[in-house]
Design a protein around this ligand. Structure first.
Ligand code: KIV
Ligand code: ZN
Length: 423
């Protein structure tokens, strides 16, 4: 959980300058995206797992949306301990009241107020002027602060805003009582060097910046959400908003598992750290997939089914000799038992031999050659050659080499494999 008091940048120094706070918004930004709906009971289940994972802040949702969103926030606020609990409001008293009544029982509640800062959003979405938005924002932040010690101001679409107006807005919201300033790349538009520069500029130029905690929130429209978040942290922000499996509006948000493992694996270079128990990552990812009914893409970094699987001959040879050849993190560190050598049409003879040995399937040179030939033929017909396939392949190869009657043996293997493949 974040330090006591208002969660200032100085508070970070007490906890160590390199400590990064993890703000999980799976239940809000993640859940609001199409296909990821969660009811109040599922949100509570996931919040319990997020607590086990060791995140610092849980955003429960957007309570003004519905009674069910309010119920979810209330249940999470009442039960979850040692984690800051927050929920989102637009800059309006009624929404702030709804958030406060839903989260006030939390051990450490925080009100999250979002307000656009780019001209595009101010003029086209709100139909307002910059001055009107500043007034509305300062009133809302001051009101939220009169209710709660922790108030986060999110400058929506900061990534495309005028930098001078962004600085002016941040100064005004800090003066009005914001304790956390979040700089979102709402549309996923920025490139990392640009976003890092934006964060550095605001943190060094805005009056009062030294008294608040800076946070970043990046979307993945160009596949740069994690890179942008990392650039923001390198520039000095110490909180990062992210979601499990990277779910979220459109192409999603910075993925929790990616940013956490990035900071862990590259700690020597970046000097940043979180309090996440990374061995809970796989369990959490699977729970999100199960509760939302949406599986993770196989090649997803850290949590995809292929993240620790090796299919190509060259990669398999390397991993069998030293897994560090192709693995930059240990599967155990993310809660997986082990990495996998997957036998496919592109696998190497070494991996094939290794798997036969693990299965206790003995061959001599001749029968191994025959088995390898069969393996290659079978591998061309399916995505993965399983252990049962191998038993059938070796059984056939053995009888072929003993009897010298390869056509009978081939028929035996073909039958066995037909059975395995087609049932
Ligand atoms: O993308 C965004 O700007 C948001 C804010 C509510 C932080 O989700
Ligand atoms: Zn967002």
């Amino acid at each position: 959980m974040e330090g006591n008091g208002s969660g200032t940048q100085n508070g970070n120094h007490r906890a160590g300058a390199g400590r990064v706070y993890i703000f999980d918004t799976t239940l809000r930004d993640g859940e609001q995206s199409p296909g990821f709906h969660l009811n109040a009971t599922s949100k509570l289940r996931l919040a319990r797992q997020l607590q086990r994972l060791g995140v610092d802040v849980i955003e429960t949702g957007y309570p003004s949306q519905s009674a069910s969103e309010q119920e979810a926030a209330k249940r999470i606020a009442r039960e979850i301990r040692e984690v800051t609990v927050t929920a989102l409001a637009k800059a309006a008293r009624d929404e702030i009241d709804t958030v406060w009544s839903a989260i006030k029982d939390a051990e450490t509640p925080q009100i999250h107020v979002v307000l656009p800062v780019s001209d595009l959003h101010i003029e086209r979405k709100l139909g307002m002027t910059r001055a009107e938005v500043l007034r509305k924002g300062t009133e809302a932040i001051a009101y939220a602060r009169s209710l709660c010690d922790r108030v986060q101001y999110s400058a929506e679409d900061a990534g495309r805003a005028s930098i001078d107006y962004l600085v002016e807005s941040v100064e005004a919201m800090i003066e009005a009582g914001a304790t956390v300033v979040n700089l979102p790349d709402t549309a996923g538009y920025c490139v990392p060097a640009e976003f890092g520069e934006l964060v550095r500029h605001v943190m060094t130029q805005a009056r009062g910046a030294g008294h608040v905690l800076f946070s970043v929130h990046c979307h993945n429209d160009l596949g740069l959400a994690t890179a942008n978040a990392q650039a923001g942290l390198e520039a000095g922000a110490r909180r990062v908003e992210c979601t499990v499996n990277g779910i979220g509006e459109r192409a999603g948000n910075t993925s929790l598992e990616e940013i956490v493992m990035l900071l862990k694996v590259r700690k020597a270079r970046l000097g940043l750290d979180t309090s996440v128990d990374t061995t809970e990552i796989t369990r959490t990812s699977r729970l999100v997939a199960e509760l939302t009914g949406t599986p993770v893409q196989p090649n997803k970094a850290v949590v995809g089914a292929n993240a620790f699987a090796h299919g190509g001959a060259m990669q398999q040879e390397g991993v069998l000799k030293d897994r560090a050849s192709y693995e930059i993190m240990r599967p155990e560190d993310v809660g997986l038992a082990e990495s996998r050598i997957v036998l496919t049409a592109r696998s190497g003879r070494g991996a094939f031999r290794h798997r036969l040995a693990r299965l206790g399937l003995k061959t001599n040179q001749r029968s191994e050659d025959a088995a390898w030939d069969r393996f290659l033929r079978i591998a061309d017909t399916k995505p993965e050659v399983t252990d049962d396939d191998l038993r059938a392949i070796v059984g056939g190869a053995e009888s072929a080499s003993h009897q010298g009657q390869s056509s009978d043996a081939d028929a035996h293997v073909a039958d066995a494999l037909r059975h395995l493949i087609f049932g």
